[in-house]
Design a protein around this ligand. Structure first.
Ligand code: PMP
Length: 392
């Protein structure tokens, strides 16, 4: 690398540091559990997306192991070339029956599923109305789309309706929303969004990354929770399902269209068959073991109520995402550092991931956290609250 290139990069990094937005990697030396070896120290983790604890479930491990023996490690091709195993087909059928749709299509991850849908489905002459707090992958998908994108205020139905009225001249209107918002833990009012979409002749696309496995009696996600059917349902296997991969669930025609038009489907290597087999097992467990979900929700409410009782500003609905709003990025970083001194890991979330002045600690709870783990977390927050230097 040239000296000029190096000094330009280090100037940019210095600016990031000056704005308290510097990020660095941490190394986990043990598997996905509440207590992990992080950078050589035992840490209690409150930031995992492994909500139901399935990522280390023996049944998933066994399913993956036996499939690896038969199918090897990598899928060795895109789905349209040589990467399409019988396990991909089986899993797609299973996801469709789980989501109660005609069909589903696997992608390598949720990020690429969002990009694939949004860059191919809405086209020139169309408009996408997108919630202002939608996930980065939705934002990037909208950027790649030939349609216009207009943001509406977070879960604000009045603003959405005004924008739908303004959007009449466009050929087609698409509304895109997270099901459960990843940084705020809010549940989108999907029933009302779909009702509005009917009135204004719009299509609804939902990214249910955080609702899948969590919302609804059987864990089918936001559509089960509200008893509604959006036109396009996107999801990930990387959170409650405990594995890796993304999917789109909907009609058979939607699947046929995406196979032909979604570039992140066409040009990506398929996920390994062993991951499909483990995901298949995970979905069976999600449907059958509703007790896991109920126990998780009890923990969610315990933490939310205890933090509120300590006077913290806690956002969101009843989901495993618990954002503790602190304000400036510096304060959120100080609290995260203090939690680290208590050997607890929960990240500070800062702009541009969240708005200026809304920096936070984003806690997530899993079915594997014990009551002792929760006590430790709350005691740490209580001690931090009493430190004026941190809380100023
Ligand atoms: N959508 C949302 C709302 C998410 O939170 C995430 C992951 N952070 C994704 C999509 C991307 O999913 P994946 O990790 O499978 O790429």
């Amino acid at each position: 690398m040239s000296v000029a290139f190096d000094s330009w990069l280090s100037e940019r990094i210095t600016t990031i540091k000056e704005r308290d937005l510097y990020r660095e990697l941490r190394v986990m030396n043990s598997g996905p559990k509440p207590m992990v070896d992080m950078n050589g120290r035992k840490k209690l983790i409150f930031s995992s997306n492994n909500y139901l604890g399935l990522a280390s479930d023996q049944r998933l491990i066994d399913a993956a192991r036996s499939t690896v023996k038969e199918f090897g490690i990598g899928s060795s091709g895109s789905r349209l070339t040589t990467g399409n195993s019988c396990w991909h087909e089986k899993l797609e059928e299973r996801i469709a029956s789980f989501k109660q749709t005609e069909a589903s299509l696997l992608f390598s991850n949720g990020y690429l599923a969002n990009i694939g849908v949004l860059s191919s489905l809405p086209t020139s002459g169309d408009i996408i109305l997108s919630d202002e707090l939608n996930h980065a992958s939705i934002i990037d998908g909208c950027r790649l789309s030939k349609a216009r994108t207009l943001l509406y205020k977070h879960v604000d139905l009045q603003d959405l309706e005004n924008k739908l009225k303004e959007s009449k001249p466009f050929t087609r209107r698409f509304i895109v929303t997270d099901g459960v918002f990843s940084m705020d833990g809010t549940i989108a009012p999907l029933d009302q969004i779909i009702a509005l979409a009917k009135v204004y002749d719009a299509y609804v696309i939902v990214d249910d990354a955080h609702g899948t496995g969590i919302l609804g009696k059987k864990g089918r996600g936001i559509s089960e929770y509200f008893g509604v059917k959006p036109d396009v349902m996107i999801g990930t296997l990387s959170k409650a399902v405990g594995t890796e991969g993304g999917f789109v669930a909907g009609s058979s025609l939607l699947k046929e269209f995406l196979i032909n038009q979604a570039r992140t489907f066409i040009f990506q290597t398929a996920i390994p068959p062993s991951v499909c087999a483990a995901s298949f097992e995970a979905i069976n467990i999600i449907e059958e073991e509703s007790r896991r979900r109920e126990a998780l929700m009890e923990k969610v409410m315990l933490i939310r109520n205890r933090l509120l009782a300590l006077g913290f500003h806690v956002k969101g609905n009843k989901t495993p995402i618990i954002p503790v709003i602190l304000g400036e990025a510096k304060k959120a970083v100080s609290v995260a550092n203090k939690l680290q001194e208590h050997d607890i890991f929960a990240p500070a979330i800062r702009p541009p991931t969240v708005k200026e002045g809304e920096s936070r600690i984003r806690l997530t709870v899993t079915a594997e956290h014990s009551n002792d783990d929760i006590d430790r977390l709350i005691k740490a927050f209580e001690m931090i609250r009493n430190e004026p230097e941190v809380m100023k």
